[in-house]
Each structure stands twice: as structure tokens, then as C-alpha cells.
Design a protein around this ligand. Structure first.
Ligand code: MN
Length: 256
């Protein structure tokens, strides 16, 4: 058991027989700089979605019968349930009949979550059940009449890359599986001056898809300019891929 969170997993353990269920009894590595979230789709007595947020060394957990929605008008009931170990984030499998939560579990979504306010206070202030899972108003909003994420995206995401390192910016590529500690530079890195020029990676035209489907994903290519942002001693400069300084053309971007 994680000594930073004494006893918060007792209820979890008491409900399960670990010689029968494939679920983990304990384990997992906390990362308060980049807290994990996972949503597991769980075909128990009734289908529901288990929404879990890393906080204080465990996964705070809610069972959401209807699952998430992209529509802020939807208020999805979320029943607070027992804390789960961090290692539960990678669990997929079938809990055998006769056991607590018997049925199939898949990892339906996963990643890193960023609290808007103090998450410790928010968690304690929200104690009374049921909680509500509500979509924030942002660029990803879609009306429920047009899009139902649980219907359109029913499958496991277990094979997609894991959360990025703690120091990586949002949207950054996940580290290679052999990457060392989440904080600091990779092993064998040496201090060196910032190179005068850097060449952005470019797409390469090929005739066929890579052979191994597990080793590639696609992303939509938006048209526009490929820019390199250079941050050196507090000074920001923006360069085109041919090395032209465009900082003066994009003052708002440089400021941001
Ligand atoms: Mn469940």
C-alpha cells in the first residue's frame, strides 16, 4: 500500500478477492505534476462508465451510468465510489461471475487532467452524492443531437500512447516506452548551446501504409505555416521553416 494514502484503499481491497479477480490489489506511480485520468467502460449488472481522477496517491472514482457527453447541457449523474489504486488505470479484463463488479472492463479514455482550481479543496467540497459530470464550455463542445461520444467511439484506447512526461507541454508526444524519469532531461543528455537553426520534421510521401498497425496513428494535417518558436533567455522569436524571422508578423502569438 502507498504510505502517502493510508487506508484510502481499504474499501477497495475489502470488496475484492485478489486470488480470483484479475484486478490489481495495489500499485502504481503517483505523478502530482501530471495527474492521470482514466475512464473505464464496465459491462457489470448494468453498463456504466467509471470515471477516475488521480489525486493524493489514489484514483478518486465515480460511476457514471450514461457516460460522458460533449454537450454542456447534459448533466450526467456520477455516483462517488471507493478509491482505486493508481495501477487500476491500465486494467482491462473480465471480472469473473460471483465477484464484485463481475463483467468486462475496457479502457475507454485515458490521459492527464489539469484542475481549474485547488483539486484537494474541490474534492472535499463536493462530497454529497450524486455528483454531476458536465462538459466544460470549450472548443470541443458538440450538441448531443449531433454527436454522442459513447456511441461514436465505443472501443478501447489501451493501445494508444500513454500520458506525456510531467514536464512536457499539453499535446506533446508521449515519451518512448524506455524513457526515464518523468522529470528532467533524458538519460545521457549533455548541456549544449541552443542550436542557431533547427529543421522541423516534415511529412514524407510513401506508397503504402506501414506494415505494423500498432506502430502508427494518423493526424489531420491543417494547412498553414510551420513555425519554430525559439525561447532563449526570456526572448521569444518565431521562425519559418526556411529560417525567416516572422516574430514581427505574429506579435500576438509571440506574446502568448
Ligand atoms: Mn464499475
Amino acid at each position: 500500500m502507498d504510505e502517502r494514502s493510508p487506508d484510502t484503499l481499504k474499501t477497495y481491497r475489502d470488496k475484492r478477492k485478489f486470488d480470483i479477480t484479475p484486478e490489481p490489489a495495489a500499485g502504481g506511480v503517483p505523478n502530482e505534476q501530471a495527474r492521470a485520468f482514466v475512464i473505464q467502460k464496465h459491462w457489470a449488472t448494468r453498463l456504466h462508465y467509471d470515471f477516475r481522477l488521480e489525486l493524493e496517491g489514489t484514483m478518486k472514482s465515480w460511476a457514471v451510468p450514461k457516460g460522458p457527453s460533449y454537450d454542456p447541457a447534459d448533466k450526467r449523474m456520477a455516483m462517488h465510489v471507493e478509491d482505486h489504486p493508481l495501477s487500476y488505470n491500465s486494467f482491462e479484463g473480465t471480472i469473473p461471475p460471483g465477484n464484485y463488479g463481475a463483467g468486462k472492463v475496457i479502457i475507454w479514455d485515458k490521459g492527464v487532467w489539469i484542475p481549474l482550481e485547488d483539486p484537494h479543496k474541490g474534492y472535499r467540497d463536493g462530497k454529497q452524492d450524486p455528483w454531476l459530470l458536465i462538459k466544460e464550455k470549450d472548443d470541443f463542445v458538440r450538441p448531443s443531437t449531433e454527436f454522442s461520444v459513447v456511441d461514436e467511439m465505443p472501443d478501447s484506447v489501451k493501445k494508444l500512447p500513454d500520458r506525456p512526461a510531467a514536464t512536457a507541454p499539453r499535446g506533446a508526444r508521449a515519451p518512448a516506452p524506455s524513457a526515464p524519469a518523468a522529470n528532467g532531461p533524458p538519460q545521457g543528455a549533455r548541456k549544449a548551446p541552443l542550436p542557431a537553426h533547427l529543421q522541423p520534421q516534415l511529412a514524407t510521401l510513401v506508397d503504402e501504409l506501414p506494415k505494423d498497425p500498432d506502430n502508427w496513428i494518423y493526424e489531420i494535417k491543417f494547412d498553414g505555416y510551420r513555425m519554430l518558436a525559439r525561447a532563449e533567455r526570456g526572448k521569444i522569436a518565431l521562425f519559418t521553416r526556411n529560417g525567416n524571422d516572422w516574430t514581427h508578423k505574429l506579435p500576438q502569438l509571440a506574446e502568448a
